[in-house]
Write a protein that binds this ligand. Structure first.
Ligand code: GRG
Length: 279
């Protein structure tokens, strides 16, 4: 299989040339960490499947993630001007084009999945998972809670925002990897539980980095600190937040090691790598 950058940057080869395609490609190839597609490939590998069957799904998840970042940076949302070390999409292009680029990435994601030649019942289940995890009962629900600050006075409320806004899009590739490997619903749900823990840990870590790293190191604006947003760090303090993050990553690795028929070592080292990330 080609490397992840080649896979992602070829995603739009069949799309009509236009300003919106340029804008989609600008954000898609801006050097994200590719955590979500890599998680999908790791699950397939752990179950002994040919990773290349995951390519359309890996592209789809990275497209949806990229669209969410483009829209999150818009003036009507976080109004940020730096993302993945570059000007945000609406700064580089314009607001209308950035909105279209996000819409285009979301729609094209499902077109990519339609190109899969895996068994139709598995492909359909993946469409269900991805649309639920990204949609109004998933990431969009989390974003809706996030922009209503009255919903965020306690850690329980913040935890709910994290679970939906961040956890759902990290659970989706784990769950789709399990479906494409022929696992049943019980195991798919167990992967969802793992994704919830990784998602919470990942967002707590993001909150810690928001106060401990510079925008230059992060490649994005420290907008939460700047906007005095309630975060896990502002509610728990850095030390408690760090302890909780570690516990959640540890728990995820223990659960992964317990999956029957799954060779866990490579995914566990990936998760330990995420735990050690600086951006
Ligand atoms: C506006 C539709 C819409 C959704 C917004 C995902 C999201 C919901 C907003 C993005 C901002 C944010 C802080 C999301 C939490 C998840 C997170 C930490 C995203 C950054 O993911 P990384 O670190 O990014 O994987 P890269 O750039 O490496 O791909």
């Amino acid at each position: 299989m080609e490397n992840i950058e080649a896979i992602i940057s070829a995603s739009l080869n069949e799309v009509h040339e236009s300003r919106v395609r340029d804008s989609m490609l600008y954000s898609l190839t801006a050097g994200g960490k590719r955590i979500r597609p890599l998680l999908l490939f790791e699950v397939l590998k752990g179950y002994g499947k040919d990773e290349s069957i995951g390519i359309p799904f890996a592209r789809a998840i990275e497209m949806i993630h990229t669209y969410s970042l483009i829209h999150d940076d818009l003036p009507a949302m976080d109004n940020d001007d730096l993302r993945r070390g570059r000007p945000t999409n609406h700064i580089q292009f314009d607001e209308a084009t950035a909105i279209l680029a996000g819409d285009g990435l979301l729609t094209e994601a499902f077109h990519q999945i339609s190109e899969s030649r895996e068994p139709a019942d598995r492909v359909l289940r993946c469409v269900g998972i991805l649309s639920e995890m990204a949609g109004p009962s998933g990431m969009i629900y989390g974003q809706c809670l996030d922009i209503n600050e009255s919903d965020q006075d306690t850690f329980e409320e913040i935890r709910r925002v994290h679970l939906y806004k961040t956890g759902c899009l990290l659970s989706a590739p784990l769950m789709m990897g399990a479906v494409l490997s022929g696992q049943g619903e019980e195991i798919v749900n167990a992967w969802h539980e793992v994704g919830n823990r990784i998602g919470l840990a990942f967002q707590i870590q993001d909150d810690i980095l928001d106060v401990t790293a510079t925008a230059e190191e992060l490649g994005k604006s420290n907008s939460d600190s700047r906007n005095h947003k309630v975060t896990s760090v502002s509610l728990l303090g850095e030390e408690k937040a760090r302890a909780m993050m570690k516990e959640l990553y540890d728990e995820s690795c223990i659960r992964i090691a317990g999956f029957r028929g799954f060779e866990a070592s490579s995914l566990i080292s990936m998760i330990r790598g995420i735990e050690a990330r600086f951006r």
